[in-house]
Design a binder for this molecule. Structure first.
Ligand SMILES: *Cc1c(COP(=O)(O)O)cnc(C)c1O
Length: 372
C-alpha cells in the first residue's frame, strides 16, 4: 500500500552488504563460517558474559535454555502472565508447569511484589522477561532466587543495549537469551543468542544446537538435540548490526521521547514510563494503553489507525488466557487483572529504526484525530 507506515522497518544501511558479499565471495554461508564466531564473541563481550551461542531464533533459544537447565515434568517455572507465547511454550513443552505472575501497571513488567507467594517446593526457575524496553527490577528477583535456590532464565529479547543499574540486560540469568527478529534492536532476519557464564551450560546449549553430535564419534548420539544453527549469512548481518547498537538505542530513545512529547496532551492515552529508578526506557516498541474511559478497545483503535494507513500491533495476550494452554487444563482459576487489561487495551505504534521523524509526526496526527 502506497504511503503505508508499517509497524516496523529495520535499518540495514551499515556494513551488512559488505559482510554478506564476503560470505558469498568466499562460499562460507553455513554455520561453519567465521562471522558466526565473530558475532558470538562480540555479543558475549557486549553483554559481559563468557559464552555466547548463536541460534536460529529467540524462541528456540528459550527452549534450549529450559532443557539445558534440566527442567522437566514435576517442576514449576514462574513467568510473567504478560509475555510472548515462546516463554510459556518452552516450559510446557518439557512437561513442566508454568506459574504466572501479574504485572506492574506502570512498567508492564512482572510485579516483583507478587513473586514470592508463587514459590513452592516444586519451583525450579524464574523466567524473567524484560517487557517493551524497561528492565525488570532484578535485585529483589536475584535475592529471591538465591534465598530459594532457583535458577534464572532471562529473556532479554526486547532490551538489547539496555542496562539495569548500569549492568547489561542479558547478564543476569544462569542463561539469558536474545532474539534478532527484524523488530528487535538488532536483527539477523531470523536469529537468536544464548549467553551464560557457565561452561557446562554453554556446552549443553552448543550440543542442543547441533543435534548432539559428539566430537569424538560423529553420527553416534547419546542425547537428542535440534538443529538450531545460525548461518554465516545471518551472523554477517548481525555483526554489522551489533556495530551500531548504541546508535540504534539512542535513536529508539529519541523516537520514544518525541512520541511522548507529542502524545502527552492526548488525554485518552496512558503512555510508557520514560524511566524508573534503575533504567531509562529504550522503547523496544512505543506501547500505549487506552484509558478506561475510552469506549472501545485496542483492536478498534488499530482498525481506525489503519484507515490512516498506519500499521500497529496489539499487546501480548496473557499466558493464562491462551486457548492452547486452557485446553491442556493449565491455569485453572488464575486471574491477573493488570495483565488482562493491558492485553485488551494496549497496542503499539510504528517504532522501527527506519521510521522517519516525518512519519512519526504523521502517526501522531492520526492519533490526535482518532482520540480528540
Ligand atoms: C521476540 C521475542 C521472542 C521470540 O524471538 P523469535 O526470534 O521471534 O523466536 C521471545 N521473547 C520475547 C520477549 C520476544 O520479544
Amino acid at each position: 500500500m502506497k504511503n503505508f507506515i508499517p509497524v516496523n522497518e529495520p535499518l540495514l544501511n551499515g556494513k551488512e552488504k559488505q559482510y554478506l558479499n564476503e560470505c558469498i565471495d568466499t562460499g562460507w554461508i553455513s554455520s561453519e563460517g567465521n562471522f558466526v564466531r565473530q558475532f558470538e564473541e562480540s555479543f558475549a563481550q557486549r553483554v559481559d558474559r563468557k559464552y555466547a551461542i548463536a541460534v536460529c531464533n529467540g524462541s528456540m533459544a528459550l527452549e534450549a535454555a529450559v532443557v539445558a537447565l534440566n527442567i522437566s515434568e514435576g517442576d514449576e517455572v514462574i513467568l510473567p502472565a504478560f509475555t510472548i507465547i515462546s516463554c510459556g511454550a518452552a516450559i510446557v513443552k518439557v512437561g513442566a508447569t508454568p506459574v504466572v505472575v501479574d504485572c506492574d501497571p506502570q512498567t508492564w513488567n512482572m510485579d516483583i511484589n507478587q513473586l514470592e507467594e508463587k514459590i513452592t517446593p516444586k519451583t525450579k526457575a524464574i523466567m524473567v522477561v524484560h517487557i517493551y524496553g524497561l528492565p525488570v527490577d532484578m535485585t529483589p528477583v536475584l535475592n529471591l532466587a538465591h534465598q530459594y535456590g532457583l535458577k534464572i532464565i532471562e529473556d532479554a529479547a526486547e532490551v538489547q543495549g539496555q542496562t539495569y543499574k548500569g549492568q547489561p540486560c542479558g547478564s543476569f540469568g544462569e542463561i539469558s537469551v536474545f532474539s534478532f527478529y527484524p523488530n528487535k534492536h538488532i536483527t539477523t532476519g531470523e536469529g537468536g543468542m544464548i549467553v551464560t557464564n557457565d561452561e557446562t551450560l554453554a556446552d549443553s546449549c552448543r550440543s542442543l544446537r547441533n543435534l548432539y553430535f559428539q566430537p569424538q564419534r560423529r553420527f553416534i548420539h547419546e542425547k537428542l538435540g535440534w538443529n538450531l544453527r545460525m548461518t554465516n549469512l545471518q551472523a554477517a548481518v548481525g555483526l554489522a548490526q551489533l556495530e551500531r547498537l548504541d546508535e540504534f538505542v539512542a535513536r529508539k530513545r529519541s523516537m520514544g521521547k518525541r512520541y511522548t512529547e507529542l502524545l502527552t496532551d492526548v488525554a485518552a492515552l496512558e503512555l510508557p514510563l520514560p524511566k524508573t529508578d534503575y533504567a531509562k526506557n529504550i522503547y523496544w516498541v512505543y506501547g500505549i494503553v487506552l484509558k478506561d474511559k475510552v469506549p472501545f478497545d485496542a483492536i478498534e483503535a488499530m482498525k481506525r489507525l489503519r484507515q490512516y494507513k498506519i500499521g500497529s500491533r496489539p499487546f501480548f495476550w496473557c499466558m493464562h488466557e491462551q486457548p492452547v494452554f486452557k485446553k491442556m487444563g493449565l491455569f485453572q482459576g488464575v486471574s491477573c487483572p493488570v495483565a488482562e487489561r493491558l492485553a485488551r487495551r494496549g497496542f503499539y505504534l510504528p517504532s522501527g529504526l527506519a521510521l522517519t521523524n516525518e512519519q512519526l509526526k504523521t502517526v501522531f496526527e492520526a492519533m490526535q484525530k482518532i482520540f480528540q
